[in-house]
Structures are given as structure tokens and as C-alpha cells.
Design a protein around this ligand. Structure first.
Ligand SMILES: [Zn+2]
Length: 434
């Protein structure tokens, strides 16, 4: 099966989910209860011992199952279609690319993610077109906030050009505040919710290492001003400590990675914790570490060394960020050959294994904090009266072992806005570019 299918063409207007262990997303312990859904919202919740008026409702026997909020992918790249190289994304024509992005959206919903906050599209209108098609009911997918491509400086992460050859990747190279402003405005005109700025470099980008803050103050400021002037947000790729500080100085809203944040940067993040969101996006780092173990070439060994240093830094930083109550979302950088779309729930396990999160804390990052990064904390991310009925009914207890959410066969249903979907079956297909 390629993607999630609506379980029924006609959904009952009222539905009573009866007898599940209800975990509401706040961190409170689960309780046996009933949840009444009407249309797209949760209208009533009661402990199992109490009666709940549910006349005419379809009753779903959920005894022995676990009910929780739908998960939120906090750093989505739906148009990164599992290619081994960034430049393979540049080679894809927009028409083909849109279809593959749509497929990734279905896979993500079919993996239990009912919302996704994009951290960059590979072409300007990909997220926008898919977001709009989902909202119009044309295609199935999670609620989506659309991002621009990664605005990067010449030689920065995502600049795939070569001097002798025109070649695109997933970034758009812009230098100086005027170019940043012009490109940010163009992306905003085309409908993105979020402008993405690559302030630091990354492992494997020789001219822009992870520890370097290559995008200048003036450039960051210009991008933020363009977005904030019309009430939209900015997300940053920020591995270097100086890049985290620069993002905070210019009021960037979402600061991804933060791996090398020093104690001053951590203090600043903590001071801004009611305003900013962060997300490590560690899945790709771990997947690449696994993949490189057998590579004995000099380049392979150097890359592995750098990745290990990044991994150690990110573990230190995220243990500390968790203790300081900084909001951290799960997900990120799924959509590479090593880390394919649809396997995003592995991030919960990563948070528990590598960052010291309890299963409940990891699940809260995936649900309540996710609702907040979607800017809909008042109606998304919790099982609560009045909230949107984005729910997962799971055969298993993720509070004992978060890995049950990686097994799509465990989902009795995935519900988005009161509509039930079946999980995406089978392994994600990994695309190999020529
Ligand atoms: Zn990313």
C-alpha cells in the first residue's frame, strides 16, 4: 500500500472511543477512559467508571489499547525524497518533485504524524503546494506549515554549485542583506509560513564547517525583518555556538540543532525559552554514523571523526537543554537515503537513548510541544475537550517502550480531525539517484 487510506468514505459524525488507556500529552499518568469525538473535535472525556452521554455515536472498542495525541514532526523536509546527494534534489523537475513530496506527506501521516512543521523545502513552492492541497482535501497528509528552501551564503550548507557547472541542491545561495531580503520576500510572496536561514555550516561542507557561523548579523537581520514584518516566522540551521547566539540576537523563532552551544548560548536559550523552539534533528547524524562504520577511506575516517564530535556535542547540549526546560521538538532530517521518510518515530527512541528523556518526556516533545511549534497549542497536541481530534490508538504502551510507535502494525487507527486513516504498510522505498 502506497499511503494511508481513509478507512471509510463516510465517517460517523460522532464517535465514542471506549475503554482505552488515555494519555493526554501533559505528562499526567494515563487513565482508563472514554473519549467522544464529534466532527473534527474532541467534545467530551470521562474516566471509564463514569457514564458519558453519547447517543447515536459509533462506538469503537478500544479496550487494552493506548490513546494518545497524534505526533508532530518538528523539522520536516517532505521534499527531501530519500536521495543520497543534495544535488539529486536539484536535478528533479518540479512536476516530478511535487508528486514525490505528496507521497512523503502520505507516508508521514501513515506513520502516525498528524502535523508537521517544515524546516525547508527543496524548491520554493513544494511545501506551499502540498500544504494547500492537504488543506483543500485534495491529498492526504499531515497538517503542514510550509517553509522556504534553505537560504544559505555562497559556500554554505545547501550551495551545490560548482564554478564550472550549473548545479542546484536544496539551498538558495544569497549574499549580503539585500539578496537575503529579496529572496526571503519572494518566498513569502509565494506563500511560505517560515523562512529558513542556514546560519552555521555543517559536517561535509568544507567551506562552511559546523563550528562556523557563516551567515552574518546583517544577513540574518534582513531575513528576520522580512518575515516578521508580515507576521511569519524564521527557522535557523545553527550548529555553531556563535550561530545560536546570532539567531537569538535577531529573534529567530525556531533554532535547530544547537549542538555546539556553549554555556553562554545555553543561558540565552533558557532566558528565551517561552519564545523559541529548538530541535536537534539527530536522526540523520545517527544514521550516518551507523553507515560510516565500515568506511576506511581517509575521507570516510575524517567525516566519521567530525560526526562523532558533533554527536558528542549534541548529546551534552541536549541533556542540558532538557534540564533547563527549553522547548525541544522531535523529528528532523528524515528524507535522506540513510534516514528515509516515514521512519520519523525513531526520534522518540533517540531522545530516550541519547538525551536522557523519559518516555513520557519524549512523548510530550512529540505531542504537546509539537502543537505549540505548530502555533496551535490551544487546539493541537493534547487529548483535551475542545481540541482537534488528532489521535493515535495504539496496540502497546509507548510509556514503557517508545519503540512501539515505530511499528506501523501497532496503530489501530491514525485520526486527523476526526477522520481515521490506516497506517502506511511496508518499508519506505528508498530512491537512488543516478
Ligand atoms: Zn534539516
Amino acid at each position: 500500500m502506497m499511503g494511508p487510506k481513509k478507512e471509510k468514505a463516510e465517517e460517523a459524525m460522532r464517535m465514542l472511543i471506549d475503554g482505552a488507556m488515555v494519555w493526554n500529552g501533559t505528562g499526567a499518568p494515563p487513565f482508563p477512559g472514554k473519549v467522544l469525538v464529534e466532527g473534527e473535535r474532541i467534545v467530551a472525556i470521562a474516566p471509564q467508571s463514569e457514564t458519558l452521554a453519547a447517543d447515536g455515536a459509533d462506538r469503537i472498542d478500544a479496550a487494552g489499547k493506548f490513546l494518545m495525541p497524534g505526533m508532530v514532526e518538528g523539522h520536516a523536509h517532505l521534499s527531501f525524497v530519500d536521495t543520497p546527494r543534495g544535488t539529486a534534489l536539484g536535478e528533479l523537475p518540479p512536476e516530478d518533485h511535487a508528486l514525490l513530496t505528496m507521497d512523503a506527506a502520505r507516508k508521514l501521516l501513515g506513520a502516525g504524524f498528524t502535523s508537521a512543521c517544515s524546516a525547508a523545502a527543496a524548491k520554493i513552492r513544494l511545501d506551499v503546494a502540498v500544504r494547500d492541497a492537504i488543506n483543500q482535501g485534495v491529498i492526504d497528509g499531515p497538517r503542514l506549515l510550509a517553509a522556504s528552501p534553505e537560504l544559505t551564503v555562497t559556500g554554505g550548507l545547501g550551495d551545490g554549485r560548482k564554478l564550472h557547472l550549473h548545479q542546484d541542491s536544496f539551498g538558495i545561495a544569497v549574499d549580503g542583506p539585500d539578496e537575503v531580503r529579496r529572496m526571503a520576500r519572494l518566498c513569502l510572496r509565494e506563500g511560505v509560513d517560515t523562512i529558513k536561514l542556514n546560519i552555521s555550516g555543517d559536517v561535509g561542507t568544507e567551506s562552511a564547517p559546523s563550528e562556523a557561523a557563516v551567515m552574518t548579523d546583517a544577513e540574518v537581520s534582513a531575513g528576520v525583518e522580512a518575515a516578521h514584518t508580515i507576521g511569519r516566522r524564521v527557522a535557523a540551521h545553527a550548529r555553531a555556538s556563535a550561530s545560536v547566539k546570532r539567531a537569538l540576537k535577531h529573534a529567530v523563532d525556531v533554532i535547530y540543532h544547537c549542538d555546539y552551544a556553549d554555556s553562554e548560548a545555553l543561558d540565552l536559550l533558557e532566558a528565551a525559552r517561552d519564545r523559541v523552539f529548538t530541535g536537534p534533528a539527530v536522526g540523520l547524524v545517527l544514521a550516518r554514523l551507523e553507515g560510516l562504520r565500515g568506511d576506511n577511506t581517509p575521507q570516510g575516517r575524517l567525516y566519521l571523526e567530525r560526526l562523532k564530535s558533533l554527536y558528542e556535542a549534541t548529546c551534552r547540549t541536549h541533556h542540558e537543554m532538557r534540564k533547563r526546560g527549553i522547548r525541544i521538538v522531535i523529528g528532523g532530517d528524515y528524507g535522506f537515503a540513510a534516514n528515509p521518510q516515514g521512519t520519523n518515530a525513531r526520534d522518540l527512541e533517540h531522545f530516550v537513548t541519547h538525551f536522557g528523556f523519559s518516555p513520557s518526556e519524549a512523548l510530550q516533545a512529540a505531542t504537546r510541544t509539537g502543537g505549540e511549534i505548530m502555533q496551535r497549542g490551544h487546539e493541537l497536541g493534547l487529548v483535551k475537550e475542545g481540541y482537534l481530534a488528532d489521535l493515535l490508538l495504539v496496540d502497546g504502551d509507548p510509556l514503557k517502550d517508545v519503540r512501539v510507535l515505530q511499528d506501523k502494525k501497532r496503530f489501530a487507527f491514525i485520526m486527523k480531525g476526526g477522520v481515521r486513516y490506516l497506517p502506511c504498510e511496508g518499508a519506505p522505498h528508498v530512491r537512488q539517484a543516478q
